[in-house]
Design a protein around this ligand. Structure first.
Ligand code: MN3
Length: 200
């Protein structure tokens, strides 16, 4: 099988002013496209049958470093585009809000834990909200690793993810990663995040 670069559900400029159009365009057409192309090249000719990206990630330690890096990059960005929307922001409702309050004490505490994980991830990586059975926890991973990978320190189902590679924010925010993290809350698509939570 081969993987295809997913289309965005909105225009490159739709997340302005929080995430600028140029960053979105380069991020999707260059970075995500690159991970997709390199993932396909890396799995071509290997003898393991490949049925889904989730299956690859769950057994990623059996694959090459190229599959780990590009398979993670392929999955992480596909999730990232989905959990953002020009109609995003605000607060989640219903079961997700209940679960966040139960796991973190309050929505504000969750936001501050998540922002802290994103701000303190040294170098390139991702901050995550993940589901472990009934519980929600915050974690972060280096590079393009993610919590579905068998070699991840903290494992679970990714519900929300934030790309903190410099390519995700440098054109607009330069070294001010905390400002980018702050802006991210204005574009979070809580309906999509709730689907990730309920569907897993
Ligand atoms: Mn990225």
């Amino acid at each position: 099988m081969s993987f295809e670069l997913p289309k965005l559900d909105y225009a490159y400029d739709a997340l302005e002013p929080y995430i600028d159009a140029r960053t979105m365009e380069i991020h999707h057409t260059k970075h995500h496209n690159g991970y997709t192309t390199k993932l396909n090249a890396a799995i071509e000719g290997n003898n393991k049958p490949v049925n889904s990206i989730e299956e690859i990630l769950a057994t990623v330690s059996d694959f090459s470093t190229a599959v780990r890096n590009n398979g993670g990059g392929f999955f992480n960005h596909a999730l990232f585009w989905k959990i953002m929307s020009p109609k995003g922001g605000g607060e989640p409702k219903g079961p997700l809000m209940d679960a966040l309050k139960k796991s973190f004490g309050s929505f504000e505490k969750f936001k501050s834990d998540f922002a802290n994980a994103a701000a303190t991830r040294f170098g390139s990586g991702w901050a995550w909200l993940i589901k472990q059975d009934d519980k929600l926890i915050v974690s972060s991973t280096p590079n393009q690793d993610n919590p579905l990978m068998d070699l991840s320190d903290v494992k679970g189902i990714p519900v929300l993810g934030l790309d903190v590679w410099e390519h995700a924010y440098y054109l607009k925010y330069q070294n001010r990663r905390p400002e980018y993290i702050d802006a991210f809350w204005s574009v979070v698509n809580w309906e999509a995040v709730t689907e990730n939570f309920l569907g897993s």
